[in-house]
Structure formats: structure tokens, C-alpha cells
Design a protein around this ligand. Structure first.
Ligand code: GLU
Length: 431
């Protein structure tokens, strides 16, 4: 018999001891398991694009299936150039291919950044589930910055300044993510300018997570790198706008003055993942090069997401749940507090029990606000409105005219499962 240590847990690094699996992936696995057991489950937990990868990008992957060599650690030069050109074209920020680092998902690059850069991590609450655990694993201090629902959950320049003013020289990384996971909301150019101003004043390194930038519902995403180019790293990838989460390709684009940081991350990359999958990198060149077909593809994704968001937000509001209309991505961040009294009768006392009881009683899987850094007793949650057949919906959207006018039943016909899930939530809270 193998000689296993009796208490394997005690040998775990203290920074990872007791950490659970990431909430987004855990809810997906639980939902799949319940489905396999024969339960009807509405999967509004994991934030995965429902849409297919654009045809031209899939074709490029097929053509490159035989690419088998290790690629350079920092990424395929053609891809680094395509990403630099993309930012120039889309964001109006100029970068050279040497400013770009390619990785197996932006999540991994975020981990490497936190590992190599010594400094506190500043994140607004709510924020995506993995920023804080990554900092904890590495042993960095996490400082949560307050936001308010009335203010669209955005981080204000005043709040950032209040955090920096007492110890102005401290090294810090601030992560802002917009359109936001988990709220679906974003910043105005004026708000970004103010944040850029304070970041510059205190020399905060800004990690601008723009993975949902192309899914701004009106196609009007603006990068903060425009206002603070020398201090901003832009994080992006194929996972969301290109529907290719499972392909695992992320990009970091640095200001030239931060080459030292990029180089250190590349050293770490060389000792850990080596380089990103070769066929995926070749296919990604096609994705970042853009063109008419990619524009058309994005236009349809945005149209479907924005219409669906409108329908379901209205339903939630009518049921007495408080929520802001999303401006991008595929998330809503409702607050069930107005219905607290009724929910207490169902055994709901905070966001964890809200999600658990909702799943048990209705089959709708969502994520509790607590995993995004909200106080446990608050009745907030994230809804990822992606449980519908995106291939079917996307192809049906081909018949949309340029004004987006079409049979108003489109959303009901093609995104019915998500609407049914929202109806279930609304019925549940009113019973
Ligand atoms: N970003 C997605 C989410 O928040 C899923 C991927 C992940 O968390 O790694 O649901």
C-alpha cells in the first residue's frame, strides 16, 4: 500500500490552505452534476459566452492544427503585432509588438503579474472572483475599495485617493474591469479620466481588465490607457468577445516604460507554462486582425445581449428586485434586499443562502455577491444571462436589418431558457 501522509493538509502552503475551488468553476461543475442526476438546472452561474467562435477564426485554427513547435515564451511575433495593431485601431493607444505578452488565458498573466510585482492589490468591491484569491496565494495584501449601487458600482477617483493619500509612495496595483464582471456596468470617459489622474499622481500601476471591452452593448468601449498610457497594462483575450474561453488565450499589453515588468513575467512564464498553445496563437492572429466578418459577428452578439439584458432587467425590477441596466458583457448584479423579509421566511439570511436556496427550490444557478467581495449579509448576486443556444441565436440574428428592427419575439424565441430562469426567480421571490 502506498505510504500516504496521514494529514496531507498540514503540508499545504499556508497561503492556499483552506482555499476552495474558484466559485465560477465550482458552480459550473455543480450545475453539470445536478443536470446529470436528472434535475432541470438553469446555468446562470459560469460566465461563458454562449456564441460560437467566428467561422474565419475556426478555419484558421483548422489550417494550423499541425503547428506543433514550442513558440517563443512571450508569444508568436505575428500575434504580438496583431494585438499591438488591434489596440492602435480600436483603443487609439499606440504600442509596439514588443509591448505585448501572450499567455494561456489572462487569468494566468494576472497571477504572474502579482507574483513578480511587489505591491498591494487594490480592487473595487464587487470585483471578479479570482483577483483576491490570487493575491492571497502569493501573499500580497488585498485592499478593497468601496463602491455604491447608486453610483453604478464604479470606483470613484475620491475613493482611490482616500486609499493612497496616507502612504503616497507605497507600490500598488489597481485592477479595474469594465464592462464589469459582475455588474455589466462601465465607466464614462470622464470617470476614467479622473481615475487616471489619481493613479498617475500616486504612481499606481493600473491593470485595466478589458476582456469584455468588445462586448460593450453599444460598441463604445473606451480604454483608460488613453488617459494614463504610461501606467496602464491592458488585459484582454479571446475568451469573451470571441466565444473562446476554452481556447485559453490571454494578452497583456504594456507601456514601453514597463518592459522590465513584461520581461520578469516572461522569465516566470518560461519556468512555468513555457509558451501558449501554437495552433491557438496562429488562429488568434486572425481574430485580432478584425475585418468585416468580425465586425458583423460582434454586432450580432451585442444586439442579442443588450436586448436580452433589457427584457430580464425589466422583469427583475417588476418583481421588486433592485438592479441597474447593464451596459456590456453578459452579467447583471441584482440586489434582493427590498424583499428581505419574504426571503428570511425561506431561510435566506445572506447572499450564500440566497444562491443555495434558489438553486434548491427553482433549479436556477447564480453566484452570491459574497464571492465578489460584497458583505456576506448583503442580498446581492451575479446573474450570467448566457443559458441559451448561442449558435442558433447568432445565426438567426443574420436577418436583422441595420437598425436592429426585427420581430420583437426574437429574444423570447431564441433566449427562452434564460428568460424562463428569470421568470422562475421572479415567481420564487413573490411566493
Ligand atoms: N470569467 C468567467 C466568470 O467569471 C469564467 C472563467 C473563470 O472564472 O475563470 O464566470
Amino acid at each position: 500500500m502506498a505510504n500516504h501522509p496521514k494529514k496531507p493538509n498540514v503540508n499545504l502552503n499556508l497561503n492556499v490552505r483552506g482555499l476552495p475551488q474558484s466559485a465560477t468553476l465550482a458552480i459550473n461543475e455543480l450545475s453539470n452534476q445536478l443536470k446529470q442526476e436528472g434535475r432541470k438546472v438553469y446555468k446562470l452561474g459560469l460566465g461563458q459566452s454562449p456564441f460560437p467562435v467566428p467561422e474565419s477564426v475556426v478555419d484558421e485554427l483548422k489550417v494550423n492544427a499541425r503547428q506543433k513547435d514550442y513558440l517563443p515564451v512571450k508569444g508568436l511575433m505575428r500575434l504580438r503585432k496583431a494585438v499591438a495593431d488591434y489596440h492602435c485601431r480600436v483603443n487609439g493607444t499606440c504600442h509596439s509588438p514588443e509591448d505585448v505578452l501572450i499567455g494561456p488565458g489572462s487569468k494566468e498573466l494576472m497571477f504572474l503579474l502579482q507574483y513578480v510585482y511587489y505591491g498591494d492589490l487594490l480592487i473595487p468591491t464587487p470585483s471578479w472572483v479570482s483577483y483576491a484569491p490570487q493575491a492571497q496565494m502569493i501573499g500580497r495584501q488585498v485592499r478593497w475599495l468601496k463602491t455604491r449601487a447608486e453610483n453604478n458600482w464604479i470606483l470613484t477617483a475620491e475613493e482611490l485617493e482616500a486609499r493612497c493619500i496616507n502612504d503616497p509612495a507605497k507600490p500598488r496595483i489597481l485592477i479595474i474591469n469594465y464592462p464589469s464582471n459582475p455588474t455589466g456596468l462601465t465607466y464614462t470617459p470622464g470617470e476614467l479620466k479622473e481615475l487616471a489622474h489619481v493613479s498617475k499622481k500616486y504612481q499606481v500601476i493600473l491593470l485595466s481588465d478589458e476582456i469584455y471591452g468588445e462586448l460593450h452593448h453599444k460598441g463604445k468601449h473606451v480604454s483608460i490607457a488613453r488617459y494614463y498610457p504610461e501606467g496602464t497594462i491592458i488585459s484582454g483575450g479571446l475568451s469573451k468577445w470571441c466565444g473562446a474561453g476554452g481556447w485559453r488565450l490571454g494578452t497583456f499589453t504594456f507601456p514601453a516604460s514597463m518592459r522590465w515588468l513584461l520581461d520578469s513575467m516572461a522569465v516566470m512564464a518560461s519556468e512555468t507554462f513555457t509558451s501558449t498553445s501554437a495552433p491557438i496563437q496562429y488562429a488568434a492572429v486572425r481574430a485580432f486582425s478584425g475585418g468585416h466578418d468580425i465586425e458583423k459577428y460582434l454586432w450580432r452578439c451585442r444586439w442579442i445581449l443588450s436586448k436580452l439584458a433589457e427584457v430580464i432587467s425589466n422583469k427583475l425590477i417588476a418583481a421588486g428586485i433592485s438592479v441597474q441596466f447593464p451596459q456590456g458583457a453578459f452579467y447583471l448584479f441584482p440586489d434582493f434586499s427590498p424583499l428581505r423579509e419574504k426571503l428570511v421566511e425561506k431561510g435566506v439570511t445572506g447572499s450564500q443562502s440566497l444562491s443555495r436556496v434558489l438553486l434548491e427550490e427553482t433549479g436556477v444557478a447564480i453566484l452570491p455577491g459574497e464571492v465578489f467581495g460584497r458583505p456576506p449579509e448583503e442580498l446581492t448576486a451575479r446573474i450570467a444571462y448566457v443559458d441559451f443556444d448561442g449558435v442558433r441565436a447568432h445565426s438567426a440574428a443574420e436577418n436583422l436589418n441595420s437598425q436592429g428592427e426585427i420581430d420583437e419575439n426574437f429574444i423570447y424565441n431564441y433566449c427562452g431558457n434564460t428568460i424562463e430562469a428569470i421568470d422562475r426567480i421572479c415567481e420564487w421571490v413573490s411566493n
